[in-house]
Ligand binder design. Structure first.
Ligand SMILES: NC(=O)c1ccc[n+]([C@@H]2O[C@H](COP(=O)([O-])OP(=O)(O)OC[C@H]3O[C@@H](n4cnc5c(N)ncnc54)[C@H](OP(=O)(O)O)[C@@H]3O)[C@@H](O)[C@H]2O)c1
Length: 256
């Protein structure tokens, strides 16, 4: 197994859900973590938690990944001892709304495409050349079952997650002659702030997970640790993961 001690991991969307859990898990395994997101108060709290729980260094990078110039300049200007990112977790992402395409708020489309596709690309572009130069690096995308299937109300979110898959496969081709590895974790239902962001309502968000035991951010974080600790010659491609009570995007078993 590859050891993670003193590796630098940059996690986008570390202020909540899967990203937060992943930052904690990677720090626990010995990584120095760069915590990326817009809600800097939460990132500062997480940094303290990492320092106290794991005696590991963490660095807070306030960044809206939709802002191309900010992404490129802020990553370039990271302090010298944080520059050599070994592990990139492209996690920041979101869904907005569940309307039919013809009834949607078009601004929501822009938000999803700008975050899930363009933001992910900007961060990747800012980090991958350095990984190639250093001859090492793992890139893990947070895809989704929405990147494999399309479901009612999923339209543009599903399109962005299909795009994440295409980007993941394309990048794997583009770096095949390097030691870099490119992977995607594609979950079904994970209880985070995702549904609250999507539906804009706490109660409606709770109902999404009613009657079944959803995955947690920590479940996904453990898979990410697995992916980045495989021996150097082993590259995980795509990994789908569901709660046991979910079989596909549309099929879930709920108890009353
Ligand atoms: N939950 C699920 O059921 C599920 C299933 C499959 C895939 N996923 C994917 O998993 C990833 C993480 O989602 P989650 O469930 O952990 O949701 P979450 O709890 O809502 O967390 C989303 C994270 O993304 C960050 N983010 C959003 N827009 C950003 C921006 N413009 N710039 C920087 N950071 C931004 C948020 O931070 P700030 O608001 O502080 O910026 C937050 O930390 C997403 O890509 C999502 O599509 C989730």
């Amino acid at each position: 197994m590859r050891q993670l001690t003193n590796k630098i991991a940059l996690i986008t969307g570390a202020s909540a859900g899967i990203g937060r859990a992943t930052a904690l898990a990677l720090a626990r395994e010995g990584c120095r973590t760069i915590l990326v997101g817009r809600r800097v108060d939460r990132l500062e709290k997480l940094k303290k938690e990492i320092e106290n729980s794991y005696q590991q260094e963490a660095y807070v990078l306030e960044l809206d990944i939709r802002k191309k110039e900010d992404v490129l300049s802020k990553i370039k200007k990271l302090p010298a001892n944080w520059q050599a990112v070994d592990i990139l977790i492209n996690n920041a992402g979101m869904a907005k709304g569940i309307s039919k395409m013809q009834d949607s708020n078009v601004d929501d489309w822009d938000t999803m495409i700008d975050t899930n596709v363009k933001g992910l690309l900007y961060v990747t572009y800012a980090i991958v050349p350095g990984m190639i130069e250093r001859g090492r690096g793992d890139i893990v995308h947070l895809g989704s079952i929405a990147g494999h299937e399309v479901y009612p109300g999923g339209n543009i979110y599903c399109a962005t997650k299909h795009a994440v898959h295409a980007i993941e496969k394309a990048l794997r081709i583009d770096v095949v002659d390097t030691p870099l590895r490119v992977s995607s974790i594609d979950p079904g239902m994970v209880e985070t702030e995702f549904s609250e962001v999507r539906l804009g309502d706490k109660e409606k968000a709770k109902a999404v997970y009613q009657g079944l035991k959803p995955l947690t951010g920590a479940d996904i974080a453990e898979l990410i640790v697995f992916v980045v600790t495989r021996p150097a010659h082993v590259q995980i491609g795509e990994m789908t993961v569901f709660p046991t009570a979910q079989a596909s995007a549309m099929v879930a078993h709920r108890t009353k």
